[in-house]
Design a protein around this ligand. Sequence first.
Ligand SMILES: *Cc1c(COP(=O)(O)O)cnc(C)c1O
Length: 431
Amino acid sequence: MPVDPMQPGPSAEELFARALAVTPGGVHSPVRALAAVGGRPFFTRRAQGAFLEDSDGRRLLDFCMAFGPLVLGHAHPQVAAAASSALADGWSYGTAEPYSLELAEFIAARLPWAESIRFVNSGTEAVMSALRLARGITGRERLLKFEGCYHGHADAMLIRAGSGLAGSGVADSAGVPAAVAADTVVAPLDDVAALEDCFARHGPRLAAAIIEPLPANHGLLPQRPEFLQRLRELCSCHGSLLIFDEVISGFRVGFGGMAAATGIRPDLVTWGKIIGGGFPVGAFAGPRELMARLAPLGRVYQAGTLSANPLAMRAGLATLQLLESGDIHRQLEALGARLEARVHALGLHFARVGSLFWLPGGQARPGVLRSAAQGDAGLGTRYALLFRRLLDAGIYLPPSPMEIGFLSAAHTAADIDHLGDALAAADAERD
Ligand SMILES: *Cc1c(COP(=O)(O)O)cnc(C)c1O
């Protein structure tokens, strides 16, 4: 029998105890355990607009928004309608279908650097596939990534800097072979000299450099255009492919993501999150001649039983159609600016690009943090307290000081003011 949605269900405490018995840590993705803020998870039963509703019947104003996909808010009616009609038509065919074609054409017609697109099931899979393609095209094995950037959990990307700048990395997870780590070189962000040194040493062996052009997984670390431009030049000069990982920034900072915002063109781009309207999806894209190296045309193998899932394709297209005019991005910029003004008045550290914001809970520091090393000292120490005070006030912030917050089209100026007031109250309590 279906659960009556109006009846109170089991408490979060009980649900968590049961989840611990059948799932490692009780969750299916680590940050959901809320360990970084010293809590146990609440259990969301449904969500609408800018709000989550949990198993205890609490309504929470959501500034995490599923970590990025829900740029329109939860359960947006037009996305819901697209997904419902998709459901009625069956939800997996294992054949060619017109829905991924429509989404690919919609994107390719607007973003000339994405002539040819392949859809997969997650951002991780998009990155993994783009890296294999780059290795297949160049016949090289080494990869360059940047400290503080996250690219999903493929072995080759779970690597952090070893000792010494721009050297071979070391595994950041048990289970990643040392031989894999040895092929990933890790360089610091925002350091042109280290970048040049890295290409001088590894350039001829680098298949690809991958970067979040707007690093948003270790706080928000906006890069100087000159740094990205120099990376573009060095890749071209050494015959390495430049991969922009726009899984977060794509369609979020503007329809064309950071490639459009900076005018810097990657060779390959990866997407996820927004591109499926909140359904499981990923994609990678590039010029036709590079993408033609993939199976079935080329010798680089890549496949997926559930790839280009019609629900995700139709929800994704509905989402991108709503984003295309730029009106929503302008609305999000105005909301972001409103939040920025409130937070600045409180003297808290804050970084923002459009609807992405970083509020790690510490005092404001002069200047913009642009590298992971700079951001590590001191920020985040008070975050757990801030997080819990806001949760008590009915506001859900990202559950770690290193995760960024997201605004959506469902947030209103009143919601921003509510957050501003709650931050002020939490701040007053602290002093
Ligand atoms: C979220 C994210 C990924 C991984 O995507 P999943 O769908 O979680 O596998 C990769 N790269 C970036 C930049 C991301 O933000």
